[in-house]
Design a protein around this ligand. Sequence first.
Ligand code: HEC
Ligand code: HEC
Length: 293
Amino acid sequence: MNDKKLYFSLALVTLLLGFGAWLAMFFQWTATQPRIANSAVSNSSESVIGSGPLFNPPGLEEAPESIREQVMLGYKIMTETQKYAGEYVGNNLACTNCHFDGGRSKNTLSLVGVGAKYPAYRGRREYTADLALRTQGCFERSMNGKAPAPDSQIMQSLLVYYQWISKGVPIYSNPPWLGIPHDLGINSTPDVIAGKKIYEDVCARCHGNDGYGTPIAPPLWGDGSFNDGAGMNRVRTFSVFSWRFMPKSAPTLTKEEALNVTAYVHEQPRPKFIATHPNKIKRVIKLPVEASK
Ligand code: HEC
Ligand code: HEC
């Protein structure tokens, strides 16, 4: 082997080793940056990798004939809310803007499995929250509108829809993809100025320079947005949502950036929440003392 060939092979080996190390680092990095839980995380020592409920919502067309029409209508209400439930909507949003693909996606505020999560008894407050109550809350707050009555066609269809997309999720199994954790888990003071820059650099191209939305993305503030009583108006919800899911389909924010952009959005104007309907049972009528023993 002459010198030239030797140098060449050495260079090649170095290059390959470098690339290998980079690959390993890359995968380790991505592995430590999960934006949503993929499988059930359990503190129990019996937990087995891959255990826990599976994310596997059935197709809408597969619904049994007896409920198929309601399931399809429920999906349309979620995705074309203005068209199918317009009189209950007071802004420019649709349910699917936050619950992507009508909640059937995992990379969103998913609704797959809500049928197994509710009714939920809220021990401290002593009442049972069910899906009709939760849905009314989203109409009044997230949609800045009015609560459809439990016996309305809208509510009836949505309830059947939730149940169908929850098929196969065992009750009380606590699917890890549902809900929003308490916070981003970082200790940093939100910086509104830095957040404004992130908004302009990252979000504005879809949500608009003025935040009022564009044909490709819904508004983040202003009259067309959710009101100040909405879950999304909470710093933790908005920041976790943005960190996990924004920009849509290709999330890139660091946790600090998510917190900063949230602080900026939080300072912008939005509609005020006016309660038209109690969002919980005010008082549970107790059993007679004798019977409750
Ligand atoms: C602006 C975003 C947004 C929009 C629009 C929205 N929601 Fe929600 N929704 C949320 C948030 C955030 C939560 C979590 C609620 C909380 O704890 O505050 C939620 C929770 C829910 C839940 C309970 C889910 C669970 O895991 O407990 C249901 C059901 C629901 N929404 C239905 C709807 C329906 C139906 C619509 C349309 C009429 C809608 N949502 C529109 C943000 C939104
Ligand atoms: C590539 C375009 C794009 C970019 C960039 C983007 N979004 Fe979105 N965003 C969307 C779309 C589209 C939806 C609605 C999704 C749907 O209906 O399926 C959405 C929905 C949202 C929602 C829930 C609905 C609402 O309007 O309240 C929030 C909150 C949000 N985005 C925040 C952000 C933030 C913060 C940034 C910047 C860090 C950002 N987005 C960047 C496309 C984008």
